[in-house]
Design a protein around this ligand. Sequence first.
Ligand code: PLP
Length: 400
Amino acid sequence: MAFLADILSRVQPSATIAVAQKSRELKAQGMDVIGLGAGEPDFDTPDNIKQAAKDAIDRGETKYTAVAGIVELREAICRKFERENGLKYEPNQIIAGTGGKQILFNAFMATLNPGDEVIIPRPYWVSYPEMVALCGGGSVYVDTTTESEFKVTAEALEAAITPKTKWFLFNSPSNPSGAAYSRDEIKALTDVLMRHPHVWVLTDDMYEHLVYGEFEFTTPAQVEPGLYDRTLTMNGVSKAYSMTGWRLGYAGGPLELIKAIDMIQGQQTSGTCSVTQWAAVEALNGPQEFLEERRKVFEERRDLVVSMLNQANGIHCPKPDGAFYVFPSCKDLMGKTTESGKVLETDEDFVTALLEQEGVAVVHGSAFGLGPNFRISYATDTESLKSACERIQRFCGSLT
Ligand code: PLP
């Protein structure tokens, strides 16, 4: 439509939202569908956090706030960064926004000029390249493989850097693969970045608290303090605190960058919801024990899903250290035929046939830039996960 902006032709709608829509349609037609597409915990927001929001409403905390967030929240975020990541920020180096999404978007908006490049490991979270495109930049992808458990090597990062590189976008644990980088693996990457002083690091630490076994979470500016002055450390309460609908993300970084993001946000949404901000103060300052309980539940689910998927014909599923996703390969099933006579040529064919034949909704890997794979979110109750994996086993077994 001629009326719409040219930039829209460079942006794709979200594949994860499309899968959710398709499974809603099948459900409405009476089909028994198990949805493993959504990227949000099935747990509820803890009661103490809800209570803090109710108290804030009753106190009349219902007005506009400072654009970057109330000082109590920014102080709570500073304490969080120091306590959990060994990173020291002053409150004026912090910005809170409407979800991690807004922080990322405005960081790109504040820094990208036409022709600037952002290095993005593949598979990536669906929104990264679209945000970069909307802000006028270009994405440069670094490929990973199922065999290397979806982790970028120092050599591959080095090869992707050009004079136009502005950001290296790092996400560990990763959506969609669950891959989480150890301290040594991060150090190998930060060593490369230390040799390229024009490249900044945008680290998306959204899944920090969801790591399993002996794995210890670390973040680039913690591993390499030499990068502190060119790192934006982004995080949020959506995933760990089961607060996806509240809309609060935040970042700490160099003052000039935070000021620029603040300026854009001030012309856009202003401060995020005042009530949400008070809820987030409680989330960050209040009891943290429930994180461990929920982490254990996710770990059990991961183990169940990985083991059941690896028993399905033709599926190869690495066991990731974090997030609540697995990203199995279905390469060995390409070229096979379904019961209804459809030949599977792509991972999109695979997920469509799986949904139609067995009522399991997952997202095809190529939507995240790498295939033939598919993403399963295991942020769902154990019974549904078991049943979904049995259906996947049956589906794979039925292919000829
Ligand atoms: N970063 C990653 C890797 C995500 O998976 C998501 C949500 O799916 C976000 C950021 C955005 O989170 P928020 O709900 O805080 O906007």
